[in-house]
Design a binder for this molecule. Structure first.
Ligand code: GSH
Length: 432
């Protein structure tokens, strides 16, 4: 079957291959919108050959640059894009002097990286379970994907939907350790994340301050295209985590949110300022809004105008709770996965918060994730480590600083990511 040609690039426009309901595509799109970087979204499947040749692996998203280079993996993609404000014309002029999405404070920067990885790699299982285990959600997602990804194939639509649902449920739900024994824990993991996020968002508009950081973009993976859009978990989110629901919309509306970075500056200019009315969300003026969000919000924004530029410079209680949850779940899985990889196994068992997950698939990519976090830790100064260790639970977090790495991934040894030959998180895409 002939693949349709990708449309020509506009000036400085990225081609993002993915899906409009994909986890990581949503994360990347939120970032591109925030920075005002132009892109066109294309489905992966009709372009499989070109993606394999260009990026090395078919996954969502994969990005083709106007100069012919390919990028994959949202974590290094965001890092690279953040390092390019003045080059290639990708960043619009209005954004070139904008502050980084990484906190200036080293301990907070580490927190941002840890939370991004937790959202990327731990909440993935729960998000797949919510999408593919319930009939309503399965029907919703399989219909959308059949049309979007497989629309160019002549097979009957019902057959495509069945194929997709079986692949996703078999590989990413049953095949990733979601069973009668673990299901409750998988679902509680989302509720625990909601509880922590609700506490954070009661204090400020974004996770680490008055504007989005890397941690916010990480959480857009699970929270946007899955948990706030799939019918069953979206009901649950509206019910249990309305602030998270509102935050998802704020993140998607990020171009406007850029304006709120200087919240106090705007208030200083007086209540007649037009922008302030917009921030005021209705009858309240900007000043009341700022106070209404709690004294700490205004305070953080004030501090933010200095060295930290809108982001926190200390770990507070609600962020600390999220960090503990990430260590108890995600770091345990990273450690056990790495040990199993070192032993040459393809499946392993793990105990997470007292619940046993049996026969989960080993991921080489996640060995690399652990390597990256350990490298970040190794680069911290003593003061940042001391501040972090006040929050990190020793038993689960020691894998970050124990002298011997539990395994070596051998992936991207030259440090070329996101321009290296990519690998999938699992095998050839889906765990087998
Ligand atoms: N680490 C990658 C992960 C990308 C990824 O795994 N995407 C999923 C879909 S959202 C995928 O393509 N899975 C492979 C498959 O289903 O074949 C990233 O951050 O971009």
């Amino acid at each position: 079957m002939q693949s349709p040609a990708a449309p020509p690039f506009g000036d400085c426009m990225l081609r993002v291959y993915g899906s409009r309901i994909s986890y990581y595509t949503g994360k990347l799109e939120a970032y591109l919108r925030y920075r005002g970087i132009d892109y066109v979204l294309l489905p992966t499947e009709p372009h499989r050959k070109a993606i394999l040749a260009g990026a090395g692996a078919v996954q969502m998203p994969v990005v083709e640059l106007p100069d012919g280079r390919w990028m994959s993996d949202t974590t290094p993609i965001l890092d690279w894009l953040e390092s390019q404000p003045g080059r290639l014309g990708l960043w619009p002029a209005t954004q070139r002097a904008a502050p980084s999405i990484l906190p200036a404070d080293p301990a907070l920067r580490f927190v941002a990286r840890l939370l991004e990885d937790y959202a990327d790699e731990w909440l993935w299982r729960a998000s797949m379970h919510h999408r593919w285990s319930h009939r309503l959600d399965r029907e919703h997602a399989s219909g959308l994907l059949a049309d979007e990804l497989l629309g160019h194939l002549w097979y009957p639509r019902a057959w495509k939907r069945r194929l997709l649902a079986r692949r996703q449920y078999g590989g990413f739900v049953r095949g990733d350790g979601v069973t009668e024994r673990t299901r409750a824990h998988v679902e509680q993991g989302v509720l625990r994340a909601y509880e922590a996020l609700e506490a954070v968002l009661a204090r400020r508009r974004f996770l680490l301050g008055g504007r989005p950081s890397l941690a916010d973009f990480g959480f857009m993976g699970p929270m946007f295209r899955h948990l706030s859009m799939d019918p069953t978990p979206a009901d649950r989110m509206r019910d249990r985590a309305p602030r998270v629901y509102a935050w998802v919309a704020r993140m998607w509306n990020a171009p406007d949110e850029r304006e709120t970075v200087g919240l106090l500056d705007t208030i200083d200019e007086g209540a007649t300022n037009g922008r302030l009315d917009a921030i005021g969300e209705g009858a309240t003026n900007g000043l009341l809004d700022a106070i209404g969000e709690g004294a700490t919000n205004g305070l953080l924004d004030t501090i933010g105008e200095g060295a930290t530029n809108g982001l926190l410079d200390t770990i507070d209680e609600p962020i600390g709770a999220l960090v503990v949850e990430a260590c108890e779940t995600h770091l345990v899985q990273l450690r056990e996965n790495a040990r199993a990889f070192a032993e040459g196994r393809t499946r392993f068992d793990q105990d997470v918060q007292g619940v046993r997950y049996v026969e989960v698939p080993v991921s080489r990519y996640r060995v690399w994730c652990l390597e990256r976090l350990r490298r970040e830790w190794a680069e911290l100064d003593d003061e940042a480590r001391r501040r972090l260790r006040e929050w990190l639970p020793d038993a689960e977090a020691a894998v970050l600083w124990q002298p011997e790495a539990p395994a070596r991934s051998g992936y991207d040894p030259e440090g070329l990511a996101p321009f290296n030959r990519a690998i999938n998180v699992f095998g050839r895409g889906v765990p087998r």
